[in-house]
Design a protein around this ligand. Structure first.
Ligand SMILES: CC(C)(COP(=O)(O)OP(=O)(O)OC[C@H]1O[C@@H](n2cnc3c(N)ncnc32)[C@H](O)[C@@H]1OP(=O)(O)O)[C@@H](O)C(=O)NCCC(=O)NCCS
Length: 394
């Protein structure tokens, strides 16, 4: 007899909805591959710009191609003045993720090829979005603090330019490279919630900007990209290594979650967490302040021990766990951590949206249209009688 696979009410865990050529997450072995290349090789040998090319084109660029891709990204960094205008009208309490979301339709309004649905035009739109998102995130941080946005620095890399635009001063080259590695690590992760949201919207033939907007919205939740800011809040709340054990035990005893721990796909250590732990340790030495690294490490240890004791299972840190203290030591405000995730993941989203639009890994484009069983009120096949308002009672 054919085995019936239950696909309802499980958040689509383990349910395959499509093929993809973009990335592969091996949750058992803890491997992550972008377009056939291991993430560990990419962080040692590549840059965010090269990885973005790889994700969009399904191959590494030649040196000339990379040069012209980098030049294009630099030339597209400027955003329309209307984006800054919107920011200047917003209350400075607006969350950076909401401001980022609000900026996307403005970029769409100024997009010269908005309704050109050729593959070439979609690639151009993807490059414009990758180039502009860091500018938007950095500009909002400055505008909300009463400062003017920084003009992008044409000589700096994508990563270095973001840190420069945020602070207004040149970053250390080592820190810019560490941030570049963070961008590589966050660029792509197969059919996660935000990527699926973006692909689902693209499947309706909505344009790239609308699809990216949906993805940004999905990323903002604390169970997805929002977890990195929540990790920072936890670090600040705990404050000292000697408070870690009791804080973690109490949290888990009450059925709460330790943010940045656990993953829907990895059942071993997330390879990105391994690399980020190393960066965190390095930054602790570079800044001369080991507090954040030691605190994060102590929370990891206490959560693993307590989880094992309570549930008899293992739990591991995910990508958000060490990135919180990494970004904090780089001087990035905690409510920008999730937008920083977005400025990297936009490359992966764009690659997926293009793959979806042009059916590059499936026989033909399909509109996503799942089904549900109706379990609401039922009065028979003729439906319930409509009761006029004056005859209703609760
Ligand atoms: C990411 C996440 C949603 C994955 O969840 P999942 O695949 O649904 O994993 P499960 O909920 O099946 O986890 C199994 C058990 O571990 C618990 N668990 C998972 N992550 C936990 C965490 N961070 N802290 C405490 N308990 C956790 C679950 O509550 C569940 O307990 P139960 O069996 O008693 O119901 C979950 O690990 C989580 O919420 N982590 C914190 C948020 C986070 O860091 N998100 C970023 C992900 S990249």
């Amino acid at each position: 007899m054919k085995e019936i696979v239950e696909t309802k009410n499980i958040g689509l865990r383990g349910v395959k909805v499509a093929d993809t050529r973009i990335s592969d997450v091996d949750g058992e072995k803890g491997n992550l591959i972008y377009r056939g290349l291991n993430i560990c090789d990419l962080v040692s040998c590549s840059t965010f710009e090269e990885v973005s090319f790889l994700l969009l084109h399904d191959r590494l660029p030649t040196s000339e191609e990379l040069k012209s891709f980098q030049e294009e990204l630099v030339s597209e960094r400027k955003v329309p003045e209307a984006v800054y205008g919107l920011m200047k009208m917003m209350p400075n309490t607006a969350h950076p993720m909401d401001v980022l979301e609000a900026s996307i339709p403005i970029l769409a309004a100024y997009e010269p090829q908005l309704h050109d649905e050729s593959r070439e035009a979609n690639l151009k739109k993807a490059i414009r979005l990758i180039a502009k998102l860091p500018n938007i995130v950095a500009a909002w941080d400055r505008i909300r603090k009463g400062k003017e946005p920084t003009v992008p620095h044409p000589e700096l890399t994508h990563a270095g330019n973001f840190l420069y635009m945020l602070s207004g001063s040149l970053p250390l080259s080592e820190t810019a490279r560490d941030f570049d590695i963070c961008l590589i690590l966050h660029a792509e992760h197969s059919f996660n919630a935000s990527t699926f949201a973006g692909r689902e919207v693209a499947s309706t033939h909505a344009h790239l900007y609308a699809s990216i907007l949906a993805a940004i919205g999905a990323l903002s939740g604390e169970l997805h990209g929002g977890a990195n800011s929540e990790v920072m809040k936890m670090l600040l709340e705990i404050g000292e290594v000697d408070r870690v054990k009791s804080w973690v035990s109490e949290k888990l005893r009450r059925g709460g979650k330790v943010m940045g721990m656990g993953h829907a796909v990895y059942h071993t250590e997330d390879p990105r967490a391994t690399i980020l732990r190393g960066i965190c340790n390095r930054l602790a030495d570079r800044t001369g302040d080991r507090k954040w690294f030691e605190l994060t490490q102590a929370i990891e240890k206490a959560t693993k021990e307590e989880f094992r004791r309570l549930k008899g299972k293992e739990i591991y840190p995910n990508v958000d766990f060490y990135s919180a203290s990494v970004y904090h030591m780089m001087g990035i405000p905690k409510d920008l951590f999730t937008p920083v995730f977005a400025i990297s993941r936009v490359s992966g989203w764009a690659a997926h949206i293009i793959e979806e639009k042009f059916a590059e890994a499936q026989p033909k484009p399909e509109l996503y249209r799942p089904d549900a069983d109706y379990i609401g009120n039922y009065c028979g096949p003729q439906a319930c009688p409509y009761i006029p308002i004056e005859e209703r009672s609760r």
